[in-house]
Design a protein around this ligand. Structure first.
Ligand code: ADP
Ligand code: ZN
Length: 615
């Protein structure tokens, strides 16, 4: 294959940076990448915990380049391996993968390449790793460094246990003296300990990264009008990649159908689909032929589209771990992205029922544990603390706010939840008024009493003597009615059937009145959030028209070469080009994500497009 000309390199920090610049076009390493790469070079066992998008792969990709070794990466999914190998090759990095998806011709090519010793990184599934051919090759080449990607798959306590991973327990025995480097995004202590024990790591260097994802904007919004709210979010992310997570398969199909009816190009995805359409949908999303995907959590590992600009949950997930994992798929390119969670108290009740049912059927048995996790996310949904802070603290880390105004990237710090504290008070006033009126009156009258109206009816009933009379003085009747409707929607209040319905209290009303429950109400005129992600700072100086043009060029080239567009260039690179407008090779090389191979391959055509722009 077409490789970069080898060059003399040592192993100093400068040498590491040189390689990273040459092959990846990055100017610096992220904090833990240094230490993780060092452990790989020195062959010290290690466990590296970094959130999704944190840059784990670079940590095992760099050492074999510098040392001239052949290293092995164990990976759980064919699609993950394929994407990584394709990406590495477009950077001129000699890599190969061995998996069951190869035809005989490709397999024998890959095997020859590996046996030649020129291949720096071999991706392999755990089953294949322990085959005689492979272990034999490992011995012949003197391979002694193994990276285990998605290492939590080895643990029962992880959210994604894979029995095949258990076979890795024999690695230390089979390859004496080998070093093992485990990588995961799962942060719980139990999983961490389990990984070290299962892989028999010896005195491992444990590196745990910062779990905050500062480029993600978290917005937790009470679900009042699902379709309208989803529409509004999609409006903010026109022509951008959005994943919408639903709990059930049926919901994905229904919502995707509605969105299509409204003219959106959207598709659904869940585990109940046949393999072919399922793969096709995933590929169309990866190839940027499809932007909106409505999915269950089955749409997860293996999505390598790094420019997902928004992840929407239309209901509360069952734990903060799930939430973090799923929102982690947004903004992997480090650029701003939004995470919207539309929640309702009904969601946690629904999960509880599901959990109780599956416990009764003898599945798992960890009911108390699941319910505790559910309770955590329920509390997370209430407005209070900064979302970034709460998430990071959940994973046992301290949060350092970047400024006085908090994180600057969540609904709480942006002041979007202001008024919700009043909302609970408003709800309490309305509900106590319903109670004072003996649950015998309709909405209009309740609203009149609350605003202190001086009507004949109120006087004749002596309702102006009630303690709740005039409690919401200053508000219009319509405004109060709007709040009452919202309480009805959220089932915090009910109505009798019939022609003249009266307002009735239920158990939830009592919880609110006792202060055991926070209420979310939106002002009659919902405040608009930032119109589009394109208003954000990372777009500063970017020539939008040029960006779109380069994006078109990227799609064209991707199609010609039959690779996903992000393998040509990520959005960060395109934005950088559209801002700095390089006019020669040296300037092009300075663009984020441009290494020597990409300069050679793509420099000319992109430079030409930039030069002709604005002519
Ligand atoms: P993970 O495997 O931890 O989810 P990846 O290895 O896929 O994360 O990296 C996420 C993104 O960050 C990729 O687009 C990658 O190219 C980019 N990246 C990694 N390291 C750096 C770096 N030092 N500088 C700039 N971008 C980086
Ligand atoms: Zn915040």
């Amino acid at each position: 294959m077409d490789q970069l000309i080898p060059f003399d390199i040592g192993s100093s920090t400068e040498d590491v940076l040189e390689v990273v610049r040459r092959y990846w076009g990055f100017d610096e390493l992220r904090p833990l990448q240094h230490d993780a790469i060092r452990a790989g070079m020195d062959q010290r066992d290690s466990l590296v915990v970094l959130p999704t998008g944190g840059g784990k792969s670079l940590c095992y990709q760099v050492p074999p380049l510098l040392t001239g070794r052949t290293d092995i990466v164990v990976s759980p999914l064919i699609s993950l391996m394929k994407d990584q190998v394709d990406g590495l090759r477009t950077n001129g990095y000699p890599a190969a993968a061995l998996h069951s998806g190869l035809d005989p011709q490709n397999r024998s090519e890959a095997e020859d390449f590996i046996a030649s010793g020129d291949c720096r990184l071999v991706f392999v599934s755990p089953e294949r790793l322990v085959t005689p051919w492979f272990l034999n090759t490992v011995e012949k080449l003197g391979v002694s460094t193994f990276a285990v990607d998605e290492a939590h798959c080895i643990s029962h306590w992880g959210h994604d246990f894979r029995p095949e991973y258990r076979q890795l327990a024999v690695l230390k025995e089979r390859v004496p003296g080998a070093s093992i480097h485990a990588y995961t995004a799962t942060a719980t202590e139990r999983v961490r300990d389990d990984i070290c024990a299962q892989l028999a790591l010896v005195d491992p260097t444990v590196l745990v990264g910062n779990f905050d994802r500062p480029n993600l904007l978290y917005r937790l919004v009470p679900r009042l009008d699902l379709r309208g709210q989803v529409r509004e979010v999609l409006h903010r992310h026109e022509n951008e990649a959005v994943i919408i997570y639903c709990i059930s398969r049926k919901e994905t199909e229904r919502l995707a159908g509605h969105l299509q009816d409204e003219g959106h190009q959207a598709a659904y995805y869940h585990a109940g689909m046949d393999a072919a359409p399922r793969r096709q949908t995933q590929e169309r999303f990866a190839n940027e032929e499809l932007d909106v995907i409505v999915a269950t959590v089955a749409f997860g590992m293996g999505i390598d589209r790094s420019n997902v600009r928004c992840v929407v949950h239309i209901a509360t997930p069952k734990s903060i771990e799930h939430y973090q994992q799923e929102t982690g798929r947004a903004g992997r390119d480090g650029l701003e992205a939004e995470c919207v969670l539309l929640h309702s108290p009904a969601d946690t009740m629904r999960w509880q029922t599901l959990m109780e049912r599956s416990a009764a059927e003898g599945d798992g048995g960890g009911l108390a544990g699941s319910l505790a996790l559910l309770d955590e996310i329920r509390r997370y949904c209430a407005p209070g603390k900064c979302r970034h802070q709460a998430l990071v603290e959940h994973f046992g880390q301290a949060y350092d706010a970047p400024g006085d105004a908090g994180c600057g990237a969540c609904d709480v710090c942006l002041g979007e939840t202001e008024g919700l504290v009043e909302a609970t008070k408003d709800a309490q006033m309305i509900l106590s008024c319903v109670a004072r009126l003996q649950q015998s009156y309709g909405m209009g009258h309740v609203a009149d009493v609350l605003r202190g109206a001086k009507t004949e009816r109120i006087r004749s009933l002596a309702h102006d003597e009630l303690s709740t009379y005039g409690l919401m003085e200053g508000k219009a009747q319509k405004q109060i009615m709007n709040l009452i409707f919202q309480l009805l929607d959220q089932e915090l209040l009910t109505r009798s059937p019939g022609e003249y319905p009266v307002l009735l209290l239920n158990d939830a009303s009592l919880e609110v009145m006792r202060g055991e429950r926070t209420v979310h109400l939106v002002p009659a005129k919902a405040q608009r959030v930032r119109k589009s992600s394109r208003d954000s700072a990372s777009w500063e100086g970017v020539d939008m028209e040029l960006f779109e043009r380069l994006r078109g060029l990227r799609t064209e080239l991707a199609r010609e070469r039959d690779v996903p567009p992000y393998l040509i260039f990520g959005d960060a690179s395109l934005r950088d080009m559209a801002a700095s407008k390089p006019s020669n090779e040296t300037e092009f090389l300075a663009v984020h994500g441009v290494g020597e191979k990409k300069l050679k391959d793509l420099g000319e055509v992109f430079l030409a497009a930039i030069a002709s722009h604005g002519d």
